[in-house]
Ligand binder design. Sequence first.
Ligand code: UDP
Length: 417
Amino acid sequence: MKISMISEHASPLAALGGVDAGGQNVHVAALSSALARRGHRVTVYTRRDAPGLPARVQVHPRLEVVHVDAGPAEQVPKDELLPFMGELADGVVQDWGHSPPHVVHGHFWMSGVAALDAARREPGGFRVPVVQTFHALGTVKRRHQGAADTSPAERRFLEPSVGRSADRIVATCSDEVFELRAMGIDTRRVSIAPCGVDLDLFSSEGPADATSRFHRILSVGRLVPRKGVDLVIRALPYLLNAGFDDLELLIVGGGADAGGQDPEARRLLDLARELGVAGHVELRGQVPRDAMPGIFRSADAVVCTPWYEPFGIVPLEAMACGVPVVAAAVGGLTDSVVDRGTGLHVPPKDPEAIADALGTLLASPDLRTKLGQAGERRAKARYSWSRVAAETEKAYQLAIAGTADAGSMEPMEGAAL
Ligand code: UDP
């Protein structure tokens, strides 16, 4: 197949851990590579966010990334990108020329707007089927963030409209399917394909980051309030009172200067000082991807306690490295982490429950080993990117078949299966 992906803010080539660069970048990079390895020709379109970026980057013989001029060639917060989606669609359609793809896959609601816009122009007289992955839903974000949600107002009607208009939706977890239904979307058009984990990079075999003499609890992710890192800091006094005083909480993620300028980093450090636990907390800042497996392997437990989580790749990475996960029972974490199987679930926003779960793991090396090994097996069995790509491919085939059933015109030359 000839496949186009649109990922307006999340370039597969970007560094991870900044405010707007996280799981979606990993997902688009890994899924596009896995599809290319399966023999498909994949082009990922993303917005040019720096002047010096080349127009096209060949990542693999069958995979390229195209930087489209859409808005200023500089970093723009993702919630301010909507006005540029028309230009992004223009660039995509221009690149398609008379040889449109068999399918276009939008990542995040705004890319869905651009994908539908491009597809409706029927390049080469062909209605390109649209597949959509939301990654995060505005309804869920509003429910949890209220007035702090900086999404543009148009998201309220454009996101459901993308959901209703796309030929097929790929949800990343079962919880998302319920949310889509609540948005009024016909779930017969929904497939589930989770995020995956790079099993070549993340495994229990290999050296561990050796900077810890203590029990290490690890938190990894973008430093934004909804990731709930403050809840883990609030759990520390309970653990220290319970006698676990040889522990450190290592926090990875945030801007390159997480210890200084990053406002969320400052907030977390202030909280740790206020609670008298600053001596047990280290903020490492943004860590390059290649260094992540060693950091996971150095941890006794990984803790992921977001307020909500559309999917959450970090728990999969931890599991693949053989480390048990304490996870809030929200969103994708209810699918990926098996309570008492590969980790422990805790209710959302509950520092005492986090402390209890971490205490249970810290007290029992046998339990940590058992849950860690089961996590590694689960990651390998269910979350390889090749398996995720195969499931995504099925969704593409259903979208193509559905569009053909609806009587659309035949693909032009270059778009033949
Ligand atoms: N990550 C990283 N370096 C960092 C912080 C995060 O490589 O300093 C990676 C992390 O390993 C994971 C991704 O960023 O692959 C975060 O994905 P997740 O789905 O957990 O969260 P999101 O950022 O999408 O909300």
